[in-house]
Design a protein around this ligand. Structure first.
Ligand SMILES: NC(=O)c1ccc[n+]([C@@H]2O[C@H](COP(=O)([O-])OP(=O)(O)OC[C@H]3O[C@@H](n4cnc5c(N)ncnc54)[C@H](OP(=O)(O)O)[C@@H]3O)[C@@H](O)[C@H]2O)c1
Length: 307
């Protein structure tokens, strides 16, 4: 961070794909990270206790930090979307964000910025409509969850803390998330288009996501909803073709929509795998953020270490 060197940054969800990359990047840049942990604290110098499911949080420790980033939440595709698991997806995001936000709002010494994860699921399934932050939200389970998730940051904002809700796209990394799950079938030559292949995939390479979060921490004019996706969304067909090219594997296997629904369940299939939205990062670009992986070929080559 250029404007704010040597910050103390509290990170929730620090053990996850994004959280572990962010904490490493912050520490490399000379910042001090305090991880919010959902178990008893082992080292009080580096960890802050919270247990969102029980409404517990160490508020006093949070008054020592300059910035807060919340990247927690139960995995979207870790289970079938039963009513019980959907409740867990929602509660682990909305209730934890509300607890954090209300706690920050009540501190006498508040952090200057609260960056919170949200997701492009906010926009729902939108065909090839061009979407930016001025577009209205969509419908469906993920859109409703994201609306509530973002609304839960309101106490921070009302108390004068700058808030950024990062509407994160599909994160591309070899270490986890959607791409890592696709690698085995694609390497075996059985990867291919899902459904019509026309559904848009708005993606972001992990290194650019980390840079965007750091930009949000540092850049005072940025606030509110921030689409955190690369400026070149692709269709599932284009993504499939490029992944095959980068891995030098065929992508002739086509999984029809009914089979995708059988494998993932209809709701998850329709909202995540067969549906999508064509999303642009207008606000990040307007504020001068530059993507190092702006197109899908560079992104896949970078995160997969292929040249
Ligand atoms: N990866 C993507 O493609 C993507 C796309 C859009 C949005 N996002 C959002 O970005 C954030 C980070 O994503 P990620 O890929 O890093 O996720 P991740 O790897 O699944 O990590 C999420 C972290 O959340 C915490 N967590 C897990 N279950 C929880 C629960 N029941 N209650 C509270 N916290 C829980 C855990 O951290 P601790 O054990 O350290 O608490 C976990 O490591 C998430 O909110 C995710 O929804 C991700």
């Amino acid at each position: 961070m250029i404007n704010y060197p040597s910050q103390i940054v509290a990170v929730a969800g620090s053990s996850g794909l994004v959280g572990s990359a962010l904490t490493a990047a912050l520490e490399k840049d000379g910042h001090t990270v305090r991880r919010l942990v959902r178990r008893p604290v082992k080292d009080p110098n580096t960890e802050i206790y919270w247990k969102p499911s029980a409404g517990e949080i160490d508020a006093e420790k949070l008054s020592e930090v300059d910035a807060v980033v919340h990247l927690g939440g139960a995995g979207l595709t870790d289970s079938w979307w039963t009513e019980e698991y959907k409740q867990k997806i929602r509660d682990s995001r909305v209730n934890s964000t509300r607890l954090l936000s209300e706690t920050l709002a009540g501190l006498s010494k508040k952090p200057r910025v609260h960056v919170n994860a949200s997701a492009i699921g906010y926009y729902g399934v939108r065909g090839d409509e061009v979407i930016d932050e001025t577009s209205p939200g969509g419908s469906g389970f993920l859109a409703d969850t994201c609306r509530e998730w973002e609304a839960a940051t309101q106490p921070s904002w009302e108390s004068g803390i700058r808030v950024c809700q990062m509407r994160i796209g599909v994160v591309l990394s070899a270490d986890g998330g959607a791409l890592a799950k696709m690698l085995t079938p694609f390497r075996m030559g059985v990867g291919g288009v899902l459904g019509s292949g026309k559904q848009y995939m708005s993606w972001v390479a992990l290194p650019d996501l980390i840079a965007a979060i750091q930009f949000a921490l540092d850049h005072d004019p940025l606030h509110g909803a921030v689409n955190t996706t690369a400026p070149n969304p692709v269709t599932n067909r284009e993504f499939t073709k490029m992944l095959g090219t980068v891995l030098n594997r065929p992508t002739v296997v086509h999984t029809p929509a009914f089979a995708v629904r059988l494998m993932a369940g209809r709701e998850m299939a329709d909202e995540i795998l067969l549906g999508g939205a064509k999303i642009y990062p207008r606000r990040l670009q307007a504020e001068g953020f530059e993507f190092t992986c702006a197109n899908i070929q560079t992104a896949l080559e970078t995160v997969l270490g292929v040249n």
